[in-house]
Ligand binder design. Structure first.
Ligand SMILES: Nc1ncnc2c1ncn2[C@@H]1O[C@H](COP(=O)(O)OP(=O)(O)OP(=O)(O)O)[C@@H](O)[C@H]1O
Length: 454
């Protein structure tokens, strides 16, 4: 069993960090029969949302019914588990059923047949406790936000991650150099799952984990992935590619980055497009793997991208040498940027009622000109954080400064005129990307205010 599952917290008290969120969840459960409002846990991946929901059920002796964003999540299925006929105690004797809906950001997607509206109605009137899980609060529909109580999970600080890694090493009988654990915790970027996976890769089968091991194992992986990517572009047999994919220690997201970087060097445009299409499909599987913790999907992701790119390349190799992705070192940053961009376009779409795919380049160009002219104004209007503002002005230091100034102004304003009317508390919110502080307090994100665009 991999360590991520093996060391999943079993009780709420085992959940590291986010103590305010954990307390909020516990109090909600205690008080559920009076409040009956579903909870929505949101925040970055690997911070303990799913684990907390399961740990709560365990502590409360509630049975868990998990409905993934697959074909299980129909109106009829929800009605059955959460509707009026669902109040009888379960066979196992557990007093209640905790209904878990992950990927709540996709609740309005096609998978949820029966219509998002009907689903929201069922959730609102549920006779069983419901917890929804999402990464991005902004992408939730207004209707859903209106009937749920938000709980924010924040990125974990490295100093919270280290003791957990130390515990795991002790349980596995691995003596570890503190510098190695610090190294992993710092690289994990606040994601405990990433940290535990990294530890597993570096320490499995070892009695002693030394400071250099984390680095070395990353380097070893790179030479193997190099061969896999080379073989893909040269059009090795499908079976060989799949075997190599299993041998490679890299996750499919890393393989995807490598393939993408090298596709850029393929001379023929049509083949390049074909390759990208396969990567996009693989990317969906990869996203789902993480969201649903269903690692079997990784295999599909690998097959789709490797065989697809091999087919697109037609055995011609790439122009020049196989190269690591140009921004390999900064992969985290570039992935993060993608996420920031996606989050921003969802937010703008919600505020402007323009569908995301219609927010075309020219619209963004227009906004960019406006934002460049008066960044502070649009930080307030769009509730931009520093990463989002940086997408427009390409100057992180300035973006951070502007966002801080606006936050300060808003705070001063709020002090002067406390809680007045519907605009109260509308100011800039600190978001997930702010310096991680799992010092305890999870705050409830108010729904974003209506922005006037121009
Ligand atoms: N706060 C935490 N305390 C202890 N372990 C954690 C914590 N967060 C994550 N983990 C570890 O990471 C694994 C994944 O965590 P979990 O599924 O709870 O993350 P999540 O926030 O729901 O992520 P996602 O948004 O990707 O679903 C757990 O099995 C556990 O090993």
């Amino acid at each position: 069993m991999d360590w991520v599952e093996k060391y999943r917290p079993q009780h709420l008290q085992d959940v590291v960090g986010n103590s305010g969120a954990v307390r909020q969840i516990y109090e909600w459960a205690q008080d559920w029969s009076r409040r009956k409002k579903p909870l929505i846990l949101y925040g970055k991946p690997g911070t303990g949302k799913t684990s907390s929901a399961y740990a709560l059920a365990n502590d409360m002796n509630w049975e868990v019914v998990e409905l993934n964003a697959s074909d299980q999540r129909t109106k009829a299925a929800l009605e059955k588990v959460a509707g009026s006929g669902s109040t009888t105690a379960s066979l196992s004797g557990a007093s209640r059923k905790l209904i878990l809906l992950d990927e709540a950001d996709n609740l309005h997607g096609q998978a949820d047949r029966g219509g998002a509206k009907a689903i929201v109605e069922i959730i609102a009137a549920a006779q069983q406790p419901i917890i929804l899980i999402a990464n991005d609060y902004y992408s939730l529909t207004r209707e859903l936000k209106a009937v749920t109580e938000p709980v924010q999970f924040r990125a974990l600080q490295a100093r919270s991650i280290v003791p957990r890694l130390r515990q795991i090493c002790a349980a596995e009988g691995v003596a570890c150099d503190p510098a190695a654990l610090d190294d992993i915790a710092n690289r994990a970027g606040g994601d405990m799952r990433a940290a535990v996976n990294m530890l597993y890769a570096a320490a499995i089968g070892k009695e002693h984990l030394a400071a250099g091991d984390v680095h070395t194992s990353a380097k070893d992986e790179r030479s193997t992935i190099f061969e896999l990517v080379g073989a893909t572009f040269k059009g090795k047999r499908d079976a060989d590619l799949l075997r190599m994919a299993v041998e490679v220690e890299d996750t499919p997201d890393a393989v995807e980055q490598w393939l993408e970087g090298n596709l850029d060097h393929m001379p023929d445009l049509a083949s390049r497009a074909k390759g990208y299409a396969c990567l996009a499909r693989a990317d969906e599987y990869i996203g789902r793997t993480y969201r649903r913790q269903y690692y079997t999907l990784w295999r599909y992701a690998s097959a789709v991208m490797l065989l697809g790119v091999a087919d697109a390349a037609g055995g011609h190799g790439v122009h020049g040498r196989i190269m690591p992705p140009s921004r390999w070192q900064k992969m985290g940053a570039s992935k993060k940027q993608k996420a920031v961009r996606a989050g921003l376009s969802r937010k703008l779409s919600e505020m402007t009622h323009i569908p995301q795919d219609a927010l075309r380049e020219d619209f963004f160009t227009a906004i960019t000109i406006l934002v460049e002219q008066d960044p502070a104004k649009y930080v307030r209007e769009f509730e931009l954080d520093a990463d989002e503002l940086n997408l427009f002005i390409h100057d992180k230091a300035r973006a951070t400064k502007v966002v801080k100034e606006v936050a300060k102004e808003e705070k001063a304003k709020a002090k002067k005129a406390p809680a007045k009317g519907k605009d109260a508390g509308k100011g800039k919110k600190s978001r997930d990307d702010d310096p991680p502080a799992d010092t305890g307090e999870s705050r409830r994100d108010p729904p974003p205010g209506q922005a006037t665009l121009f």
